[in-house]
Design a protein around this ligand. Structure first.
Ligand SMILES: [Zn+2]
Length: 313
C-alpha cells in the first residue's frame, strides 16, 4: 500500500529533513541532509485522474503537454539510445544468464506512456511489456499492439526473476513510494538484469541556479527530487549497484523547445506552430536529468539498511 501522505523523515536514509526555500505553491521544500533527496509535504494525489487525455494534449499548457504525439520522433531516438546503453551494461555484466542462452530478452517498462520505448524495444528484438497509470496513454500503447496493463505499479504483481531489464523513465519522481516501486522492479529482474531509470537531479547546476523556479519543481506531479547520492543509496537498498550514470540528452522537436522556453519565462503559454516542414528534432539538455543503469545483485533481504555495503555481484 502506497503512503497517502508525504514522509516526515527521508525514506531512503531515515534522516530528519531540513526546510529549504518555498516552492511555487508556497509549500516548503524538504531536504535530507545526508543524501540530498528533496520532497515537499504533498497532499493526497490521484495519478489516474491527473494523467487524462488533456494531460497529453493540452491547449493552454497549464499542465502536461501541448501535443505529446508530436514528441514521438525524439522519444524514439532516445529509446534507441537507451536500448543500446542497456545492451552494453548487460553484455558487461551478464549475471547468471550466459548471453545467447536466452533467445529473447525481456523488458518491462513501468510508466510506459504511449509505448514509444516498448515499440522500439520490440523492433530491437526484445519481448516488451509495460504498465501505465493513464488510461488514455495505455489505450494508445495497446493500439500499437503492445502488452500494456493500465495498473499502477503499487497494485501490480510482477513475476520474480523474469526480466533482463525493468525501466522507469521519468517515473520515480511521481511515485509516493519510490523505494517500494524500485524494490518491486529489482525483484522482477533476473540476477545481473538492468534496472534503468531517468529522473531530475536536484543537485545539478541548473537546479541550484534556478532555486524555486527550477522547471522540474513541477507541482503537484513531481513529489520527489533525487540526487546522484540518493539514487545510489536507494538502489543499494533494493539490491542493485549503479553501473552507469549519465546526463540525459533529450531529442525534441524545435517547436517543443520554444514552447517550454515560453512557459519558463512566463510569457506565451500556447503551443508553438512552426512553418510546415520545419519540425526539426534537436538535442536539448540542461544537464539536470540523470540516466541511471544499475544491475541487480544477489538479493540479501528486503529493504536492507542503507549503510550496508553494496551487494556483491
Ligand atoms: Zn536521505
Amino acid at each position: 500500500m502506497s503512503p497517502s501522505a508525504a514522509p516526515r523523515r527521508c525514506p531512503i536514509c531515515d534522516s530528519e529533513p531540513r526546510r529549504s526555500f518555498r516552492l511555487s505553491n508556497a509549500a516548503p521544500l524538504l531536504r535530507c541532509p545526508r543524501c540530498a533527496l528533496g520532497w515537499w509535504p504533498w497532499p493526497a494525489f490521484e495519478p489516474k485522474l491527473f494523467y487524462d487525455h488533456q494531460y497529453f494534449q493540452s491547449a493552454n499548457l497549464e499542465r502536461g503537454y501541448g501535443d505529446y504525439a508530436s514528441l514521438e520522433p525524439g522519444l524514439r531516438h532516445m529509446a534507441r539510445s537507451r536500448l543500446r546503453r542497456i545492451a552494453r551494461v548487460l553484455e558487461a555484466r551478464p549475471g547468471d544468464t550466459v548471453p545467447g542462452t536466452v533467445s529473447t530478452p525481456r523488458v518491462f517498462d513501468i510508466g510506459c506512456g504511449t509505448g514509444c520505448f516498448l515499440e522500439e524495444a520490440g523492433r530491437a528484438g526484445w519481448e516488451a511489456g509495460g504498465c501505465e497509470v493513464s488510461a488514455h496513454a495505455a489505450d494508445r500503447a495497446r493500439a500499437r499492439g503492445l502488452a500494456v496493463t493500465c495498473t499502477p505499479i503499487e497494485q501490480l504483481d510482477l513475476p520474480p526473476n523474469r526480466y533482463d531489464c525493468v525501466a522507469l523513465w521519468d517515473v520515480a519522481e511521481h511515485l509516493r513510494d519510490p523505494l517500494g516501486a524500485l524494490a518491486k522492479a529489482a525483484g522482477a529482474l533476473r540476477p545481473g538484469g538492468v534496472l534503468a531509470l531517468s529522473t531530475g537531479d536536484i543537485t545539478s547546476l541548473c537546479a541550484r541556479l534556478s532555486g524555486p523556479r527550477w522547471h522540474l519543481f513541477n507541482l503537484p506531479e513531481h513529489l520527489y527530487f533525487f540526487s546522484p547520492g540518493s539514487l545510489r543509496k536507494l538502489l543499494i537498498r533494493v539490491g542493485c549497484r549503479v553501473r552507469h550514470m549519465t546526463r540525459e540528452v533529450s531529442w525534441v522537436p524545435l517547436a517543443y523547445v520554444l514552447e517550454r522556453l515560453g512557459k519558463s519565462v512566463g510569457g506565451r503559454e500556447r503551443p508553438v506552430r512552426l512553418p510546415r516542414g520545419a519540425n526539426w528534432v534537436v538535442p536539448a539538455t540542461l544537464f539536470d536529468v540523470l540516466g541511471v543503469y544499475a544491475t541487480r545483485g544477489t538479493p540479501t533481504r528486503r529493504y536492507p539498511p542503507c549503510s550496508a555495503t553494496e551487494p556483491r555481484l
